[in-house]
Design a protein around this ligand. Structure first.
Ligand code: 13P
Length: 250
């Protein structure tokens, strides 16, 4: 009942030429995707060049961030109207790198998520604990509190467009993936939180991705977990061969 979503978060990598070359290689290698969805999230500067290549293809398009206003005097920011205009269907919000390096609060992440929804974009909202938080046994309360804070004033109907990405901070870019069992336990806790907020029926329809050192050699066992509904992939999404293998998880 949940169509798994594999998303490539390219972060601050790829010039326009590199981005279009990667997308061409992905499209050339992608077979029919009957039971899963795949998207790429290039940097803002490459969106307009990538959009016509993926239009009408099996590969969807997302952005990595947005500013929560339709337009205005917000120098350097990009609005949801602009993202929809360039062809984005998805947008990542609240990535731990934005929370950590750019001081994004839970309240600001919530505002971004609601603004994305109001403009017809599907937010992929990231949550995750740090290493000290995990070591202190606080991972679950911290992550479920982030989920609740991100979803303030989000209606049950809107949850059809929301994707949650559990990305433990200590697993991002470190090669240190959560074990499938630990990831599954957190995904189940997130789904229980969604059930508490929206009821079990809606909770069962929301996609929860895992992110943090997802690679060709661990994707299969992660995707075998009952509450893991896709992956948010950083480093391994930057080369066609590795991202195609992840999309084609068994
Ligand atoms: P890595 O796959 O490079 O660990 O990055 C994960 C991530 O932050 C995706 O958003």
């Amino acid at each position: 009942m949940r169509t798994p979503l594999i998303a490539g978060n390219w972060k601050m990598y790829k010039t326009i030429g590199e981005a279009t070359a990667l997308v061409r290689d992905l499209l050339a290698g992608l077979g029919p995707l009957a039971d899963r969805e795949a998207i790429v999230c290039p940097p803002f500067t490459a969106l307009a060049a990538v959009a016509p290549l993926v239009a009408g293809s099996q590969l969807g398009l997302g952005a990595q961030n947005l500013y929560p206003e339709a337009q205005g005097a917000f120098t350097g920011e990009v609005s949801p109207v602009m993202l929809a205009d360039v062809g984005c269907r998805y947008v990542i919000v609240g990535h731990s790198e934005r929370r950590q390096y750019f001081g994004e609060s839970d309240a600001f992440v919530n505002r971004k998520l609601r603004t994305a929804l109001a403009h017809g974009l599907r937010p992929i909202v990231c949550v995750g604990e740090s290493k000290p938080q995990r070591d202190a046994g606080q991972a679950e309360p911290i992550v479920t509190a982030q989920v609740r804070a991100a979803l303030v004033e989000v209606t049950p109907e809107q949850m059809a467009d929301v994707v949650i990405a559990y990305e433990p901070i200590w697993a991002i870019g470190t090669g240190d993936t959560a074990t499938p069992a630990d990831a599954q336990a957190m995904h189940a806790a997130i789904r229980a939180t969604l059930a508490d907020l929206y009821g079990a029926e809606i909770a069962a329809t929301v996609r929860i991705q895992y992110g943090g050192s997802v690679k060709p050699d661990n994707i299969d066992e992660l995707m075998a977990q009952p509450d893991i509904d896709g992956a948010l992939v950083g480093g391994a999404s930057l080369q066609a061969a590795s991202f195609l293998r992840i999309i084609n998880y068994q």
